[in-house]
Design a protein around this ligand. Sequence first.
Ligand code: FES
Ligand SMILES: [Fe+2]
Length: 375
Amino acid sequence: MLINNWYVACASSDIATDKPTRVQMLGCHFVLFRDAAGAVSCLADTCVHRGAALGDGELVEHTVACPYHGWRFGADGRCTLIPALGPGVVPPKRARVDRYPTQEKYGWVWTFLGDLPESQRPAIPDLFPEFDDTVHWRRMPYQFEANANWMRFEENSLDTAHTNFVHRQFGAKRTPKLEPYPIELTEWGARVAREKPAPQQDQKSGEMARLLAESGPRRSTQVSLEFSLVGLCHRIQPTFREGMSQISFTARTPIDPWRSRAIGWQARNYLLEPEHDAERMAAIQLAVEEDLRVLEKVEPKLTPRSPTQEFLTETDGMEVAFRKVVARSAAAGNEIDIDRFEQLRRRQVLVIPSPGRREEPGNWVHDTVPLCGKA
Ligand code: FES
Ligand SMILES: [Fe+2]
């Protein structure tokens, strides 16, 4: 798992106004709530007093009040009140929790989990510009979890060959051969545009099958695919025929080393009426089930460090591109040492370092997660 990256914590609409929201990412817990100006604040969840979960507390005047002894923490992470000491006592500076940068985009709350100053943080990618075009695109939200490591999970989405075997609706077992298409590397990811044989008519069902049948037999589907390590997100866009296309924009968040969350939008420029949502949603659900049935049993649970421990071929190009960009970030010192983390955390709270630690290195109650290659 990598620090110093943007991760989607939840949908903006998941942030309740009357209570804090508790979210797990990178094996750590976080508490989210809106400050007086309406901006989302994301703090480390574990109270520095004696370790209770702030996310289970209450919101009091735009502070979060710990459920154990009522200490209050403001949107900046500083303790504003220690009730047992009385209202006249100003809490010491050390009574603070880490605070992480946040941004709302595409209807989601993105959190920067790391300590890079603002000038060094990469921008959340603009992979879904159609988000605001609700005239031509009908979009539906989805979320699901997988018992799979975040790398294994993302590799599954970037993998083109599997669709022919795992997905009945859009795969085509009879034409499994993949033509080579050039993969274009981007600053934080890669993109590819392919043309593949169209599935047979009877593989599609419902309204979509009817629409496609209207325009006569078609030979191919164009599929474009792009991922970005920043935000851990990707966009997949099949175009079935001219003017009939759909976009799946999905962000992944590691819950811990073994579990991942996906949040996404599927947008379509056909069947724009809301009554078609249920059928489209069922198709997404089916595809997710088909993927997870295979993915959750893939071994080893963590992607091997060496490509020689699997038998990769040239059709695994996007997965290889993904592994390379992950390795680059790991080499820059961003990889959490999950073995040490799992051992140490039994008796120690470990948090993701926040930018505040670079500004003021000393005087923090909790240590930060161990990183690979660092003592
Ligand atoms: S553990 Fe949070 S106030 Fe005591
Ligand atoms: Fe799949």
